[in-house]
Write a protein that binds this ligand. Structure first.
Ligand code: F6P
Length: 321
């Protein structure tokens, strides 16, 4: 199937590596003689016809940059009945029938509404939450985990100096993937994730046990879906009398230069998305299983709830005794 042109957009929360994916989609397309258009500001921009042609040099010197040169925005307007209709019409006016959507589950719901109107769509998983089935890892996750690990290492310096207990709240929406992976990597004494509800009394018991064996500081990592860092911190200080401080890492986790792993993943998945559209595939998300590129129906991705690796969760607890 010959493809004359396609469009690419980023949508939802930004993630480090999105620019590398935009670069891959753009340059792979141009290499194959396909015109590329960038949609600025996600679905909101599509409704406003913010569709601009992309050239080879449009994506120069961005592989190393966090964020997204196409910007992103959440659009409730797009999810209204006529929203997708307007979006599909805008694409059609540009002669575009193929779209790459780089983002997370909310973005893929928007993509499917366009597919129902005849636009061929392929999703590229890019969310620091890493809460998508259909890929071992999403773009942005590795960089976000490294950001959290660096922050935890810094917190451990001051926790040991003052012999304090620290609570750190990290992002992830309803997923505990960031907290679990970063917590294991940084040796957090307790990791609270929504997928494995933990009573505060159990956390306090671990703290007391650690103190009894001479541990003078601890770090408790709280995924935002499992609780509010400040509430956990206050409860721990009240229940144990241990001087406790709280850090909420917030949007720091969304920024930063993407890691090499995220740049490579984004480059592979961006190019794979173009290949899928050239092959006439639509309604799928590209992903990796090990080192192998795979595609999964978007509907199956959206129907799935990704859990955590329970063995890893158990290991983190054992190694932090
Ligand atoms: O989905 C990515 C994410 O960073 C979540 O982890 C977080 O809860 C949410 O976005 C924050 O959304 P916003 O950037 O709109 O505040």
């Amino acid at each position: 199937m010959t493809l004359a042109r396609l469009a690419v957009m980023t949508s939802g929360g930004d993630a480090p590596g999105m620019n590398a994916a935009i670069r891959a989609v753009t340059r792979k397309s141009i290499y194959q003689g396909i015109e590329v258009y960038g949609v600025h500001h996600g679905f909101a921009g599509l409704l406003g016809d913010e569709v601009v042609p992309m050239a080879v040099n449009s994506v120069a010197d961005i592989i190393q940059r966090g964020g997204t040169i196409l910007h992103t925005a959440r659009s409730s307007r797009f999810m209204e009945p006529d929203g997708a209709q307007v979006g599909a019409e805008v694409l059609r006016r540009h002669g575009i029938e193929d779209l790459v959507v780089i983002g997370g589950d909310g973005s893929f719901r928007g993509a499917l509404t366009l597919e129902a109107l005849g636009v061929r769509v392929v999703g590229v998983p890019a969310t620091i939450d890493n809460d998508l089935e259909g890929t071992d890892v999403a773009i942005g996750f590795d960089t976000a985990v490294n950001t959290v690990v660096e922050a935890l290492d810094r917190i451990r310096d001051t926790a040991t100096s003052h012999e304090r207990t620290f609570v750190m709240e990290v992002m992830g929406r309803a997923s505990g993937q960031i907290a679990l992976t970063a917590g294991l990597a940084a040796g957090a004494e307790s990791i609270l994730v929504p997928e494995a509800p933990t009573e505060l009394e159990a956390v306090v018991e671990r703290l007391r046990h650690a103190r009894d064996r001479g541990k003078r500081h601890s770090i408790i990592l709280v995924a935002e879906g499992a609780g509010r860092g400040f509430e956990v911190g206050k409860a721990i200080e009240t229940m144990t009398g241990m001087e406790t401080r709280v850090t909420v890492l917030g949007h720091l986790q969304r920024g930063g230069n993407p890691s090499a792993q995220d740049r490579v993943l984004a480059s592979r998945l961006g190019a794979a998305a173009v290949d899928a559209l050239v092959a006439g595939t639509s309604g799928v998300m590209v992903g990796v299983r090990g080192q192998t590129l795979i595609t999964t129906r978007l509907r199956d991705v959206l129907d799935a709830v990704r859990g955590i690796d329970v063995d890893m969760f158990g290991l983190a607890a054992i190694l932090a005794i």
